[in-house]
Design a protein around this ligand. Structure first.
Ligand SMILES: [Zn+2]
Length: 291
């Protein structure tokens, strides 16, 4: 068994997994192996890690997991999803996810029909391969290869992404502004708008640097997009910017605070999650997959 976080003593680990009155639905060794696959959790203090594990245990009890297309939902799948899904609710609690119970896990990216109307009013029907989808009042759908932390790239977590969309939609609007006290809302909106505008300008600058003979949709363009502090998909709209920047906030220390310090401050306050230390983001992969 791989030991999570070598810095944690056996005594500390025992404490983390001890408090539940009845046997947890997932055994300790499974939780430990999942934690070991999420090195970005290593810098959490013991108290926060303890809260995360207890929220995740509760999450597994309260949610219903279904495997689509014959996918077998193991305890490792449940624990991995639960740990990532509970990061955004460390401060606000699991009740924020009370509007749904089902999590559907596909063995691979799943196809969803899309209808888009362009500026000329023409309707375009298409089929997209998604790594995740969150529906208002409905289930969260995930593709396991993208949700599996063992396969994750720094700065990316489709699980965090979809569950942040869930928080965003709690007030009925996916607009990048989740419900919060009015006293904090203006500060959030100012920080989000400014960071989004800044990111769109950064993306424009990068796109201007791509030579005309390089297809921007091809892998040859990836080194250009890798200069960005976030996946280029964040420029889609402010709801996607919130979800993508939250992925980086939790999984790549420093990625947000270095480029968007005001956004990092309102995120820290809302998520109740702080961590010391920064990390270079140059290793970020940039898969432009709709989600
Ligand atoms: Zn999204």
């Amino acid at each position: 068994m791989q030991r999570p976080f070598p810095g944690l003593s056996e005594l500390m680990l025992s404490k983390l997994f001890r408090r539940n009155a009845h046997a947890p639905p997932v055994d300790r060794s499974t939780w430990e192996s999942c934690l070991a696959q999420m090195p970005f959790l290593e810098e959490l203090d013991g108290q926060t890690l303890e809260r995360l594990i207890h929220l995740a245990e509760d999450f597994v009890r309260r949610k219903s997991f279904s495997g689509a297309q014959g996918f077998a939902v193991t305890d490792r799948v449940k624990a991995s999803i639960a740990l990532q899904a509970c990061l955004p609710v460390l401060a606000i609690g699991l009740n924020a996810y009370d509007d749904f119970v089902e999590i559907i896990v596909y063995p691979d990216r799943f196809l969803t029909p899309r209808t888009q109307i362009d500026e000329a009013g023409i309707v375009h029907e298409s089929v997209e391969a998604l790594s995740g989808e969150a529906m208002q009042g409905g289930p969260v759908v995930l593709a396991w290869p993208d949700a599996d932390p063992a396969m994750g790239a720094p700065g990316l977590s489709v699980v965090i992404h979809e569950f942040v969309h869930k928080l965003d939609m709690l007030d009925g609007l996916a607009d990048g502004v989740p419900p919060m006290p009015m006293s904090k809302r203006a500060l959030w909106q100012t920080a989000l708008h400014a960071a989004y505008d800044q990111f769109c300008l950064m993306l424009e600058a990068v796109e201007a640097e791509i030579p005309p003979d390089v297809d921007p949709e091809s892998e040859a363009a990836d080194p250009y997009y890798a200069r960005l502090p976030l996946d280029a998909y964040a420029a889609t709209d402010e709801a996607e910017f919130f979800a993508v920047s939250a992925e980086a906030f939790f999984t790549l220390p420093g990625a947000i605070s270095q480029t968007f310090p005001d956004l990092a401050r309102v995120f820290s306050d809302y998520f109740g999650y702080r961590r010391a230390g920064d990390q270079d983001r140059s290793a970020l992969a940039v898969p432009r997959v709709p989600r």
